[in-house]
Design a protein around this ligand. Structure first.
Ligand code: PLP
Length: 377
């Protein structure tokens, strides 16, 4: 059996171990320390936002963002339907109700037209959502040129889930810099990783200070342990921040490698009948975290599941697109606005192995199998 090709595996630069060694030498093996502070500063600088709080996961960052947006029991929160469940789960942690809005077929992200309809209707009903969670899917920013002014007009907090999109841009600004708050993930399969971790970003220093407070059990200023608020244990470890700092030094190389993977797949498979690629929106740069294709079985002679299974038989990991949240059993009771676009994308969509450490040879293995599957009818 040939060696396994993963969808997206960690890719260290060498600099991480140097920084982890520093953490050990100075005995900062704690959920605070100089690497945490430096990682926050360096990430805020890279993205171009004022402030950042390093946390234990992207999900934790999103949870704190919703708490600080004032989301509570019975509130509605608009969320992109085509995403990973972690975008929506924190809404339910807050006992609020997700409203899932469909994707636009040109960006695969939150459809600004549907969002506008929903906000207008909600305004007429007299109950606006407490927040909008927009997702930068597969490393492509949502259309913030349209989404941000809409949220502003209705006075609804915009939270950007940029977990998959570090290094992407929209209109010259970097992913993570949009909305009142943005979040990143450094989970093991993301474009850079700390094994697990996340970050909350904002230009509002007060929000970031509050996030640091809430993420370390909400201790009041007192010599003893005193608490007036419920806190969380969500802070990032200094050891993992050391890994993150090493990873951040190579982010532009990682984006270039993922984009190059995409270009090679497109060049090799783009003319096959029934195969098309995730479009890149004109307003920015996608980091191509994962290369996603759509498989039209009428034209190609294969379904996306045929191709996934053929790849799996050769020890290659591929994955269907995210199953939309409005189709998930756990969210069956939630309201949905539209849904046909994300349903069609889910039915036809497949994510190909896309790690920045993949060789051309690995890609050739994938390409050969996809070609064999798509002989046309
Ligand atoms: C990975 C991911 C998250 C969650 O990040 P964790 O660090 O794994 O908690 C949230 N949203 C999206 C879109 C993701 O892909």
């Amino acid at each position: 059996m040939k060696s396994r090709i993963y969808l997206s595996s960690p890719h260290m630069s060498g600099e991480e171990l140097v920084k982890v060694q520093e953490a050990f030498s100075s005995n900062w093996i704690a959920p605070l320390g100089p690497h945490v502070d430096a990682f926050e500063r360096e990430m805020a600088g890279y993205i171009g936002v004022g402030h950042a709080a390093a946390l234990s996961s992207g999900t934790a960052a999103l949870h704190l963002a919703l708490i600080m947006a004032g989301v509570g029991e019975g509130d509605e929160v608009v969320c992109a339907s085509l995403t990973f469940s972690a975008s929506a789960n924190p809404i339910v942690y807050q006992k609020a109700k997700p409203v899932f809005v469909d994707a636009s077929s040109s960006s695969w992200n939150l459809d600004p037209g549907l969002l506008e309809d929903e906000l207008e209707a909600a305004s007429k009903r007299g109950k606006l959502p407490k927040a909008v969670v927009a997702v930068d899917l597969y490393g492509q920013c949502a259309d913030y040129g349209r989404i941000a002014p809409l949220c502003e007009r209705y006075g609804v907090a915009l939270v950007e889930d940029a977990a998959e999109a570090l290094g992407a841009t929209c209109g010259g600004k970097k992913a993570g810099a949009f909305g009142r708050m943005g979040i990143l993930s450094f989970n093991g399969n993301k474009i850079i990783t700390t094994s697990g971790g996340g970050m909350l970003l904002s230009d509002d220093e007060g929000l970031i200070k509050k996030a640091r407070f809430l993420s370390t059990q909400a201790r009041d200023t007192a010599p003893h342990y005193q608490h007036s608020t419920i806190g969380y244990n969500y802070r990032m470890s200094n050891v993992l921040a050391a890994i993150g700092r090493g990873q951040l030094t190579v982010i532009e190389e990682r984006v270039a490698a993922r984009r190059s993977n995409f270009a090679f797949y497109e060049e090799s498979l783009g003319r096959l009948p029934g195969i098309s690629f995730m479009p890149e929106a004109q307003y920015g740069r996608c980091n191509r975290w994962l290369t996603c294709v759509l498989v039209d079985p009428q034209a190609s002679g294969a379904t996306r599941e045929d191709i996934r299974l053929a790849l799996e038989a050769e020890n290659i990991e591929a994955r269907p697109l995210w199953k939309p949240m409005h189709l998930q059993p756990v969210f069956a009771e939630c309201r949905a606005v539209g849904g046909a676009v994300s349903e069609a994308l889910f039915e036809k969509g497949l994510c190909l192995p896309s790690g920045s450490n993949m060789s051309r040879e690995d890609q050739e293995r994938v390409i050969d199998i996809v070609r064999k599957c798509c002989k046309g009818k």
